[in-house]
Design a protein around this ligand. Structure first.
Ligand SMILES: Nc1ncnc2c1ncn2[C@@H]1O[C@H](COP(=O)(O)OP(=O)(O)OP(=O)(O)O)[C@@H](O)[C@H]1O
Ligand SMILES: [Mg+2]
Length: 423
């Protein structure tokens, strides 16, 4: 079903400016090489310098990172032919997961630069070809950690990814806005963050996060879109604009499962799920597939909204999930004179947190209040959430503070020097 929604990007585009520049550099290097060789009368050396070995060339390519999978192309077995002739001319072939145009140009440029920087190389010719089916299958198996059958990486024993499912009783209280902003605030701290738009038929994450491109599919693995370092997947990226998703529970369950198993998430510190409102099929599927997911309950200050939100939170009693806390949104509007106008009343968030603590017999933290703010609404409409587009706005500041209260996985790789790029 998803396979139908995906279309492989297969157009290979020419890069005329780059190609001309590359040819000029290559011609210059060849001339210099000829001059140096003539001068020294050596055939296999340039000046006193021996020609680099294939290993040296290969080593240089370890610095070329696949922009989508974010690992060195050498790790991904994307290097094909790689040789150097007596004159120092290098020929390199890169095997593309799909022949996607933007990816291809970036990779070719990266490989060319990495190889051209090696002493003794006089010219670099980088060609590309799509991987064969067998090569792609081997790559997806490798990325899955060798396992044949797709499994949910976050449900594996020992997974340290912290999972938060953003829930509410009523619709329109700001779950999606909060999810998008928390994700970017966490990524801003250097954490590796993923977002699943679990509101399969009412998706709003692509517009809010500006993630409207079609994800790339490699074999039966889907590469999520990346927005300011946050990996994002949503049904909205897969269905044609304007087409409704009219599905019953089992289909929704299946899509969620595919988002969890078929999408290449890499090693995430935090995974956020934007749930649809209420206690329907999707929150139950999430509880079933991701028992470690903690709920973040969003409410407005209004008493009626708080009562409904409480029911959504109380679902945790039945699903045995933990509640990470309660966020009150649309708490007040700051007036010209600096005073706060409580448009929707007050106390909803605190009362939901208090009542859930009593019901669960555990303290449920009240994580914070987010004011009504044009910057937050505008950020959602333009695809540049407030925490990045208007970091000084009251809502962005409140959301950054809330993000700081969220636990991330115990031993994050943030700030630790690594020999390789983390996934
Ligand atoms: N604090 C706020 N200030 C101003 N506008 C806000 C605020 N929070 C949310 N909004 C706006 O309210 C609308 C609903 O927000 P959002 O879509 O995030 O809610 P939701 O709970 O995800 O809705 P749904 O239940 O339909 O998924 C959006 O237009 C959003 O921009
Ligand atoms: Mg929403």
């Amino acid at each position: 079903m998803l396979a139908v929604a995906f279309q492989l990007v297969s157009a290979v585009c020419a890069d005329p400016v780059d190609a001309v520049a590359g040819r000029l550099i290559a011609r210059h290097r060849r001339r210099m090489g000829r001059l140096r060789r003539r001068h020294h009368g050596a055939r296999l050396t340039i000046g006193a310098m021996p020609l680099p070995s294939r290993e040296t060339l290969y080593d240089a390519l370890t610095r070329v990172i696949d922009p989508e999978i974010r690992r060195p192309i050498t790790d991904l077995d994307m290097v094909g032919t790689l040789d150097i002739d007596d004159g120092g001319a290098v020929r390199a072939e890169i095997k593309l997961t799909v022949a996607a145009c933007p990816l291809r140009d970036e990779l070719v440029r990266g490989a060319r630069e990495a190889l051209a920087g090696i002493d003794g190389v006089t010219s670099v010719d980088v060609t590309t070809r799509p991987m064969t089916t067998a090569e792609r299958e081997a790559l997806t198996a490798k990325l899955r950690g060798g396992g044949e059958a797709p499994e949910i990486p976050f449900a594996r024993p020992g997974s340290r990814t912290r999972i938060y499912a953003v829930a509410s009783g009523k619709g329109g209280v700001g779950k999606s806005s909060i999810t998008a902003n928390l994700a970017l605030a966490l990524a801003g701290r250097g954490l590796s963050v993923g977002v699943i738009d679990a509101d399969v038929y009412g998706f709003s994450i692509p517009r809010m996060m500006g993630a409207d491109g079609e994800p790339t599919q490699v074999d039966n693995m889907i590469l999520p879109a990346t927005v300011s370092g946050v990996k994002v997947i949503s049904m909205g990226m897969l269905v044609p604009p304007g087409r409704p998703v009219v599905w019953r529970g089992p289909m929704l369950h299946r899509v969620l499962q595919q988002f969890l198993t078929d999408v290449f998430w890499g090693d995430l510190d935090v995974l956020l799920l934007d749930l649809p409102p209420g206690t329907g099929d999707v929150p139950l599927s999430v509880a079933q597939m991701l028992p470690a997911a903690e709920l973040i309950v969003v409410t407005t200050p209004q008493v009626a909204a708080a009562e409904v939100a409480q029911r959504a939170g109380a679902m945790a009693l039945q699903t045995h999930q933990t509640i990470a806390g309660v966020i009150e949104n649309m708490s007040w509007l700051v007036q010209q004179d600096g005073s706060k106008l409580e448009l929707f009343g007050s106390g909803g968030g605190a009362s939901v947190a208090g009542n859930l603590s009593a019901a669960l017999g555990l303290p449920v933290p009240f994580l914070g209040q987010v004011p009504i703010d044009i910057a937050l609404r505008e950020g959602g409409d333009t695809g540049r959430p407030a925490v990045v587009a208007a970091p000084d706005s009251p809502s962005a500041k409140a959301l950054v503070e809330i993000a700081e209260k969220l636990q991330t996985r115990a031993h994050s790789l943030v700030g630790k020097p690594l020999g390789v790029t983390p996934l």
